[in-house]
Design a protein around this ligand. Structure first.
Ligand code: RIB
Ligand code: CA
Length: 315
């Protein structure tokens, strides 16, 4: 009997790696892509909400895209256009959107869809968690209606934006702490696993050789990352956001540990750090609230991600 498609909202800040995650979601027969909610992050909200529609147009699907927060709940806005380019997609030729932005704020749509799907809705979050933080604040009953959140963010013991913090969490630590304290089941794909889930240049070239517009686009988004991540001693381009999407689709490719995770919001040097008790005898009160994803079968990850993108553009 055909499995029922799982209802999912992707909350994102496209962003070159968010774009690949969106292509994977659009290509996934397992998922019912209910909506895409855009948030300010890598670049401003005007660009992330347009880029989400451009990538969905490239994927050949029309999914309602809603704009969310134009900045963090508190603190200064921090972008990442040095990585993603001024337009958010490295200036890679990408179709113009064939459909308009949908009316409605992201946080209201997250609530409405969560209530409508009676607890079956999953969220894959690949940007700062501001939309979810606002939704949790405005709708205190939201945790009862969300099946789980799979997020790209955080790390156990290093950062990529500061020595302590990964970008998505650093961009809005207060929103992230609201999410981790919400009681919603969370799978956290932080830098521990995303730095293991990389594509080598040879694998990127193999992806490009598929030749479909989607595969060529994805390969072009990855190329930049190979050189950029040498500083982290990663022998390729980490697939940050696609890793979270692949975990949502094929968790059997990954390993992890259940633990407590909290977000430091006060630290002078550590603001935005995800503090985990994964490797500590001293456990935080409240017990494990997160599946901390730490390992991946990289060869199968690359093979399956490539196959999924190839299927998207197949005649
Ligand atoms: O640290 C990586 C994360 O920050 C990814 O989501 C990337 O898109 C950027 O937003
Ligand atoms: Ca992102």
């Amino acid at each position: 009997m055909k499995e029922k498609r799982r209802p999912v909202i992707v909350d994102c800040d496209p962003g070159i790696d968010d774009a690949v995650a969106l292509l994977l979601a659009a290509a996934a027969p397992e998922l019912e892509l209910v909506a895409v909610t855009a948030v300010a992050g890598n670049v401003g909200l005007d660009k992330t909400s347009r880029n989400a529609r451009r990538v969905l147009t490239l994927a050949g699907v029309e999914v309602p895209v809603y704009a969310g927060a134009a900045g963090p709940m508190f603190g200064e806005q921090v972008t990442a256009d040095e990585v993603h380019g001024v337009d958010g997609l490295l200036g890679i030729p990408t179709p113009e959107p064939t459909f308009p932005l949908s009316e409605g704020a992201a946080w209201d749509v997250i609530w409405e869809k969560a209530a409508a799907y009676g607890g079956a809705l999953e969220i894959v979050a690949t940007g700062p968690l501001t939309n979810l933080g606002i939704a949790l604040t405005k709708y205190p009953a939201l945790p009862e209606h969300i099946k789980r959140i799979v997020l790209m963010g955080g790390a156990t013991d290093f950062g990529n934006t500061t020595p302590a913090a990964e970008y998505n969490i650093y961009a809005d630590p207060e929103a992230a702490e609201l999410v981790f304290r919400s009681g919603i089941p969370i799978a956290m794909c932080g830098l521990d696993v995303t730095h293991r889930a990389y594509f080598t240049q040879e694998e990127i070239d193999r992806l490009a050789a598929i030749g479909t517009p989607q595969a060529v686009f994805a390969a072009r988004t990855m190329g930049f990352g190979v050189e950029w991540h040498q500083r982290f001693l990663v022998p390729g381009a980490p697939m940050h956001d696609p890793c979270a999407m692949m975990y949502a689709l094929e968790p059997e490719l990954f390993t992890g540990v259940r633990c407590w995770v909290g977000v430091e919001c006060q630290g002078r040097y550590s603001r935005g750090k995800t503090v985990t008790d994964a490797y500590s005898d001293a456990k935080f009160p409240g017990g494990p609230n997160v599946e901390l994803v730490t390992g991946v079968d990289r060869a199968r990850f690359v093979e399956h991600l490539t196959a999924r993108l190839a299927a998207l553009g197949a005649p």
